[in-house]
Design a protein around this ligand. Structure first.
Ligand code: AN7
Length: 428
């Protein structure tokens, strides 16, 4: 299409061939070349300082969609949408400080942005409220995704709210019970594919259009518009003072892409005056992007993924091209950490009384290593993103049946047995 008159509030552009599509085009990829799409907005009419005040006044208003941590920023998310969004509401997640975690990471000025406080327990809700709102706008009859678990739980919840049938493909036997239970409970149809996540995504991408399913994986650019608000909200919480680094886990690289877009727009539109650097952390057994970074992104890397952090067990990240641009634009780094480092970081976050799922702890594990190696200055202000709630993946917490027996001791219902047990524990 071509724009002969005034541009609409938003439109889509293919990042590979530059073709432009209407904002309401239902295609999830470029219809010409198959490239990834990006939503572009006309710059807001209000200057940055006025926007900041507007966002602030919406924080403590009526508990409706204005109050949502996504739709509070609607001018930067989906400015042309006039219909009421499908919102829980979501977002408004805390920015936490815990001295013990900061000390362990080696960076005293560390905040943890806990996206596990979203309605279904992960950051995915921020993307899904926009994705499902867009599904409604284009008249989708059913929605679908491939998932390592969190996307499916979120899709199921928002599809239920919108009254849309939802279908999810998950790698058989590789998704935590909590995430599966959520997905089933919200009423989605779960199809366990005998293959890994990458096979699930390939399958649903190839078949969704033919089956009449609107695809809501993060290849869908509207998901990313919602996930941008993690950045907008944390900047607002910091009084729009830009941190030096933002550290996040990387799997399919949707968040990495969304974060970069949010930051570049925030700078272009006068909300902030400089960009922070991004550090993307992958699990060593699922680290194609870290391998790509090491070789200057000369070529796209794919691996067979394996890690305890099941949420990021992804070997062929869909948003690769977008994420490469973001690392280059923010002078970012990409690092792989071992499962042992991830579990050690999770232990620290859990014992600080916060808790998170293993994939989330990758950000804290990576930060510790980057600080120890001098790649992040210990005096830097850092925000690390915790992407999912502690209860999302409890399989590791109790260490299987044997570990559970040790962690949760059974006693007789007598005062003597109770006293004995407590004495023993206090003695260490
Ligand atoms: C807790 O649910 O891909 O790099 O299908 O659940 O934006 O993909 C989950 C990803 C990090 C990685 N932390 O984010 C899915 C899925 C948690 C996650 C990631 C995921 P991206």
């Amino acid at each position: 299409m071509s724009f002969t008159t005034v541009r609409p509030a938003s439109w889509q552009v293919c990042l590979t061939c530059g073709s432009e599509l209407l904002e309401t085009d239902p295609a999830v990829r470029c219809t010409g070349c198959g490239g990834l799409l990006e939503v572009r907005h006309r710059p807001p009419e209000l200057p940055g300082a006025v926007l900041r005040t507007l966002f602030q006044t919406r924080c403590c208003t009526r508990p409706d969609t204005t109050h949502s941590g996504v739709w509070r920023f609607r001018e930067l998310v989906l400015p042309g949408a006039t219909d009421e969004p499908v919102s829980h509401p979501e977002g408004n997640t805390p920015l936490l400080y815990r001295e013990s975690v900061a000390r362990w990471a080696g960076v005293p000025d560390l905040f943890l942005k806990h996206e596990g406080h979203n309605p279904t327990g992960s950051f995915k809700d921020r993307g899904m409220t926009v994705g499902i709102t867009q599904a409604r706008r284009i008249g989708a009859q059913a929605v679908a995704c491939a998932s390592t678990g969190n996307t499916s739980a979120s899709l199921a919840a928002y599809a239920a709210q919108a009254g849309l049938p939802a279908f999810v493909l998950v790698p058989a036997g590789k998704v935590s019970m909590g995430k599966l239970a959520q997905t089933v409970g919200y009423g989605a149809r779960v199809l366990a594919v005998k293959g890994d996540f990458d096979a699930c995504l390939r399958l649903i991408e190839a078949s969704s259009a033919e089956l009449g399913l609107y695809l809501l994986n993060s290849v869908n650019p509207f998901r990313l518009e919602g996930q941008k608000t993690i950045i907008l909200e944390l900047l607002q919480q910091l009084g729009w003072e830009v941190p030096d680094w933002i550290v996040l886990p990387g799997g399919n690289l949707g968040n990495t892409s969304a974060f970069g877009k949010a930051l570049e727009e925030a700078k272009a539109w006068g909300l902030i005056d400089r960009l922070p650097r991004l550090a993307v952390i992958q699990a060593a057994g699922a680290a194609p992007f870290a391998a790509g970074f090491e070789q200057g992104f000369r070529e796209r890397v794919r691996v067979d993924a394996e890690t305890v952090a099941s949420a990021i067990r992804i070997g062929n990240p869909a948003s690769w091209d977008r994420a490469v641009r973001v690392i280059q634009a923010t002078d970012g780094v990409v690092l792989a950490v071992s499962d042992e480092e991830i579990l050690a970081a999770k232990g620290e976050v859990d014992r600080a009384g916060i808790g998170c799922e293993p994939a989330s702890a990758a950000s804290v594990a990576g930060l510790r290593r980057l600080a120890a190696e001098g790649r992040i200055d210990p005096h830097a202000r850092v925000v690390a993103i915790l992407t999912g709630h502690m209860l999302k993946d409890t399989d590791r917490l109790l260490g299987g049946p044997a570990g559970r027996k040790k962690a949760v001791r059974e006693i007789e219902p007598t005062a003597a047995a109770l006293a004995r047990a407590i004495k023993r524990d206090r003695a260490g």
